[in-house]
Design a protein around this ligand. Structure first.
Ligand SMILES: Nc1ncnc2c1ncn2[C@@H]1O[C@H](COP(=O)(O)OP(=O)(O)OP(=O)(O)O)[C@@H](O)[C@H]1O
Ligand SMILES: [Mg+2]
Length: 450
């Protein structure tokens, strides 16, 4: 073997060694890249888990930044969030430390770092190969020595939520696979922020709706109370007025009629029969007329406010009312059952019970065409019960008692109002052809005057 061939063999060997070294370096690079991508994938899995469970934006972005650097996939990571007007609301970082505040301060002072400016207003995605050189106004660029950065806009459905930036080894900063993974993470984060927004909005609306409903209910309660007070005053005023008119009629016209009748009778006795036969005849005819008028006035007075109620009580008043009713409507069989003592009926309820009996019985007389009627007043289970029942033609209660139609049924609503305002309950049951039952019930502990 001569020198030349030895030299050539050495050369060939050197070339093969060089090739081997290159292949080894390439393998190492490939291995590094695979372990980097694995780390990135593992971080992305952690981010996905966070996105599902975290509902607070600040905790979410803090968790994401920590997850992104935890597996050493990225050297540092930071997120800045903006509101719908593009104003920065908050930020989080991992791997940058206290210097991150300088980024936030710069943004606050309207001197946005280049990556923020570009990603928020121009490109959705930005790769900076050498931030140390390219980002001179960035307060943290010195931390990127030997590394590049990748930034992405966090955007969903046209709404920009902020920016995510990570630092990667320069070798991977241009890797399309890396870019795709990063864009997916950014999209997932934006979607999570969007979902939190939607949920918050829903809760806010729910609260607003609940508040509006509560307010409305409060107002309805207040108005109902006002109306109850008004109703009470009206009913009281009505009772007082009836009492006054009854007294006026009794003391005025009633007395007057009695006096006139007495005088006419006296004149008749004094007149000489032969002289004034015709006059006596005329005056005689006046007496029953005056008698009738007196009775009519007395009936009116009793209906307005039966003095018997104040003098003898409710049981006697119901008795008197039943006698009056039977004398006028003799074809109706009336049964009265009283299972209570006078002193067991609270004083304030007496006039109310009478008004309900009066209205129910007047309705029976006017509409029921009934053959039998029963009145019950008694005490059951520490409650006072009043029931008026007829076997007449009945009617459709809904037609008169539903809101809106109650104006047609002044009598029915009046009974209900009186019973309820005095602390009781009221029920009217009827259907065409099946008779009518009016019931009022007062628990002794609930009775109140109105
Ligand atoms: N016992 C009854 N039998 C059949 N229909 C009745 C009876 N009670 C009430 N009604 C029906 O209910 C309607 C409403 O009664 P409500 O007492 O409210 O008014 P009203 O008697 O017509 O007028 P008001 O009582 O103001 O003089 C009556 O017009 C009648 O059609
Ligand atoms: Mg009526």
């Amino acid at each position: 073997m001569n020198d030349t061939s030895i030299y050539n063999e050495c050369l060939e060997l050197a070339t093969r060694v060089e090739g081997l070294k290159n292949r080894i370096a390439q393998r190492r690079e490939e291995k590094d890249k695979i372990s980097h991508l694995n780390a990135v994938l593992s971080s992305i899995r952690d981010v996905s888990r966070l996105i599902i469970k975290e509902k607070d934006p600040q905790s979410l972005i803090q968790g994401i930044c920590s997850s992104l650097i935890e597996k050493r996939s990225f050297h540092n990571a930071w997120i800045v969030l903006v509101d719908e007007h593009g104003r920065v609301t908050t930020g989080s970082e991992a791997g940058l430390g206290a210097d991150f505040q300088k980024i936030l301060q710069k943004i606050e002072n309207d001197r946005m770092p280049r990556c923020c400016h570009m990603v928020l207003s121009e490109d959705r995605f930005l790769v900076t190969t050498n931030p140390c050189r390219e980002c001179l106004n960035c307060p943290v660029s010195y931390m990127y020595d030997g590394r590049g950065s990748i930034s992405a806009r966090l955007e969903h459905d046209g709404r920009i939520y902020g920016i995510l930036t990570v630092s990667v080894p320069i070798a991977y900063s241009q890797d399309p696979e890396e870019h795709e993974l990063f864009k997916d993470v950014a999209d997932d984060i934006a979607y999570a922020l969007h979902s939190i927004d939607v949920e918050r909005d829903r809760k806010r609306k729910e609260v607003a709706l609940r508040e509006a409903r509560d307010k409305l209910e409060r107002r309805v309660r207040e108005r109902t109370r006002d109306l109850e007070v008004l109703s009470s005053r009206l009913l009281n005023a009505q009772e007082a007025e009836r009492k006054r008119i009854a007294a006026d009629l009794h003391d005025g016209i009633g007395q007057c009629l009695s006096a006139v009748k007495f005088m006419v009778e006296t004149v008749i006795q004094q007149l000489d029969g032969k002289v004034a036969r015709q006059a006596i005849k005329s005056l005689d005819a006046l007496v029953p007329l005056l008698q009738e008028s007196s009775e009519e006035i007395r009936n009116i007075i009793m209906n307005l406010r039966p003095s018997i109620l104040d003098d003898l009580g409710i049981l006697a008043t119901i008795g008197w009312f039943c006698r009056q009713f039977t004398s006028v409507y003799s074809h109706i069989r009336l049964t009265k059952t009283i299972e209570i003592e006078e002193d067991q009926v609270p004083e304030t309820l007496k006039i109310i019970i009478f008004r309900i009996v009066q209205e129910a019985m007047n309705n029976i007389a006017k509409y029921a065409d009934a053959g039998a009627v029963s009145i019950y007043l008694g005490k059951k289970d520490n409650a006072l019960e009043l029931r008026i029942e007829d076997n007449g033609r009945g009617f459709s209660v809904d037609r008169f008692m539903t809101s809106g139609s109650s104006a047609l049924a002044f009598g029915l609503t009046g009974m209900k109002e009186r019973a309820e305002l005095s602390g009781g309950s009221f029920r009217i049951t009827s259907s065409p052809g099946k008779g009518t039952r009016v019931e009022a019930r007062w628990g002794y502990s609930c009775v109140r005057s109105y």
